[in-house]
Write a protein that binds this ligand. Structure first.
Ligand code: NAG
Ligand code: NAG
Length: 166
């Protein structure tokens, strides 16, 4: 019996190929996989992001940072005072990407903050605005100790409280 006598088989074949293609596209959302950038600063799916953390703690101690997402775990990083540490990734297809960090420093306590949340940092017309290079200063003040620094001159930093939670 000829294959063309079974149009439903052809349809099934087309459907399963589509599913396979879709699944391989999802694999590209792995943070460490290099894929062509899908559009500059965009809030587009799979936009590339660069998060930069600067140690500005007032007592000039080493800042210990441990950041992770559901896919990545960068381990414990020690940032010298006035130094920086950064990482890159792509926002996932569903824009649910989040990186949660734990910060400690001598006499600074133990604090948590989402250093990247697509719902805050990759939201069109959001406040703060979308960042491609997301620069954060840690520890400048006690009340609002973590600030996203706009790259353009003349804009004020967006400062937040720790998200230590219950
Ligand atoms: C994502 O990338 C890491 C590091 O390259 C690799 O170990 C891991 O298996 C990848 N995960 C998937 C789902 O491809
Ligand atoms: C802190 O780092 C910045 C940028 O590297 C540098 O310009 C500045 O002089 C440094 N400040 C101190 C007090 O070392």
């Amino acid at each position: 019996m000829a294959f063309t006598d079974k149009p439903h088989l052809i349809l099934l074949f087309i459907m399963s190929s589509t599913i396979i293609l879709f699944v391989s596209a999802l694999d590209l959302s792995n943070g460490s996989t290099e894929i062509p950038s899908s559009g500059g600063d965009g809030f587009l799916p799979l936009a590339e992001k660069h998060v930069i953390i600067r140690n500005k703690v007032r007592n000039k101690q080493i800042l210990n940072v441990h950041c992770k997402s559901s896919d990545d775990d960068f381990g414990m990083i020690h940032i010298p005072w006035n130094g920086t540490w950064s990482f890159r990734f792509h926002v996932n297809f569903w824009k649910t990407t989040k990186y949660h960090c734990h910060f400690t420093w001598y006499k600074g306590g133990s604090h948590y903050f989402y250093i990247f949340k697509a719902s805050r940092d990759d939201k069109q017309f959001g406040d703060p605005p979308v960042c491609k290079e997301c620069i954060w200063d840690v520890g400048r003040s006690d009340d609002y100790p973590i600030c996203r620094i706009p790259r353009e001159m003349g804009y004020l930093p967006y400062c937040f409280k720790w998200e230590d939670g219950p």
